[in-house]
Design a protein around this ligand. Structure first.
Ligand SMILES: Cc1ncc(COP(=O)(O)O)c(C=O)c1O
Length: 383
């Protein structure tokens, strides 16, 4: 099979050749002045992306590490935590909170629906919560939760720390950490940022740093204890554990590309491409999993028409050079997920739509040939 395939899954995403070149640079000492500078610049650029004046952390690991560090540093055994769950990834916060001895209260909505801020308000009155967790883009369904409005509710109605999983949104959709009352925002390198998998990233507000000094018990996660990493992110020549030197070269380059494009333009590109993809799904009569008004701009999950086999569809797509993902959990086999984030461009999305049309037609689905492409092209004209 050709190496030249288009990765249209909801992460990892296609990595720009300039980022791959940065990754393959000769590995330097983590204490060399060159690396110390690159690490520092990356953290500064990351703060611009998080839109925060407080701290940014980059640790070797995946997005899940960022989620676990967020919870482990804030909650202590016996603390109450409110987990807002709209799908597979929201549930991960529940499992992590339990693993760290927190008492979990779950506000759950059906898959495909977003969390409503009014419901959060009602729940906040039920208990004295140390923290509230929410997933911005729920990658199992393709909804984007209203994290700005939920943040306002959390701050107005409680003293809880507000923890946001932006693994599938940071760099593709607006996330304003300081303006939106986010105490910890968790992200990963492999989705909208366009670097390979391997880095956990967090923004951490000053109130969380103050909390760390007043905890009753030590953080039960030595590698993930923010107090161990704080001296490093404040002075990148310091050592706690060896940083992933080449991955930080890659992140550095990915962030330069991202900031060079400009955040507003980048969010607009994601929005137009998402709109184009949704218009194509409508034109092909494929139903989206997400409620339309809450659909994310970074990925989409769609249901198959009747009699389309998931494994056959995805292998036929792959034969056409395009990799898409299956749906998860209770939706397994019922639909497919397409990531349209990071470096995605109009050619990528049109190629994907064209391959979906051809594949479905070949599998016996009765469709209006070219209807999806035409609907998408109309939206893309504005890009
Ligand atoms: C919203 C969300 N949160 C968390 C994760 C977990 O990230 P990772 O697989 O990098 O550990 C993912 C991965 O797809 C995700 O989409």
């Amino acid at each position: 099979m050709s190496e030249r395939e288009l990765l249209m899954i909801p992460g990892p995403t296609n990595v720009d050749p300039a980022v791959l070149r940065a990754l393959s640079k000769p590995t330097q000492s983590h204490t060399s002045s060159e690396f110390v500078r690159i690490f520092k610049e990356s953290l500064n650029d990351l703060k611009k992306l998080f839109m925060t004046q407080d701290e940014a952390f980059v640790i070797a690991g995946s997005g899940t590490l960022a989620l676990e560090m967020a919870v482990a540093n804030v909650v202590e055994p016996g603390d109450r935590i409110l987990n807002l769950v709209a799908g597979f990834f929201g549930q991960h916060f529940v499992e992590i909170a339990k693993a760290h001895g927190a008492v979990t209260q779950v506000l759950e909505v059906p898959w495909g629906e977003p969390i409503k801020p009014e419901a959060v308000k009602d729940f906040l009155h039920k208990g004295n919560f140390k923290a509230v967790t929410v997933t911005h883009v729920e990658t199992s369904t393709g909804i984007a939760n209203p994290i700005r409005e939920i943040g306002e509710t959390v701050k107005e109605q409680s003293d809880a720390f507000y923890i946001v999983d932006a693994v599938c949104s940071l760099g593709g959709m607006e996330v304003r950490v300081d303006d939106w009352n986010i105490d910890i925002c968790a992200a990963g390198s492999q989705k909208c940022i366009g670097a390979p998998p391997g880095l956990a990233m967090l923004s951490v507000g000053n109130d969380v740093l103050k909390l760390l000094d007043s905890r009753r018990s030590p953080v039960c996660f030595w590698y993930g204890d923010l107090n161990n990493w704080l001296p490093v992110v404040r002075d990148t020549s310091q050592y706690f554990a060896t940083p992933p030197v080449n991955m930080i070269y890659a992140l550095h380059q990915a962030l330069k590309i991202l900031l060079n494009e400009g955040l507003e333009q980048r969010f607009r590109r994601h929005h137009v491409i998402a709109e184009a993809f949704r218009a194509a799904m409508d034109a092909l009569n494929l139903r989206l999993v997400a409620k339309r008004e809450s659909a994310a701009d970074t990925m989409t999950a769609a249901y198959y028409p009747d009699n389309i086999d998931d494994a056959t569809f995805r292998s036929e797509m792959r034969r056409r050079g395009i990799v898409v993902a299956s749906t998860l959990g209770p939706l397994k086999g019922k639909g497919f997920r397409v990531g349209h984030m990071g470096n995605v461009n109009q050619n990528d999305i049109l190629a994907t739509i064209g391959a979906i049309e051809a594949t479905l037609k070949n599998m016996g689905y009765n469709l209006n040939e070219g209807a999806g492409l035409a609907a998408a092209e109309e939206k893309i004209l504005s890009l």
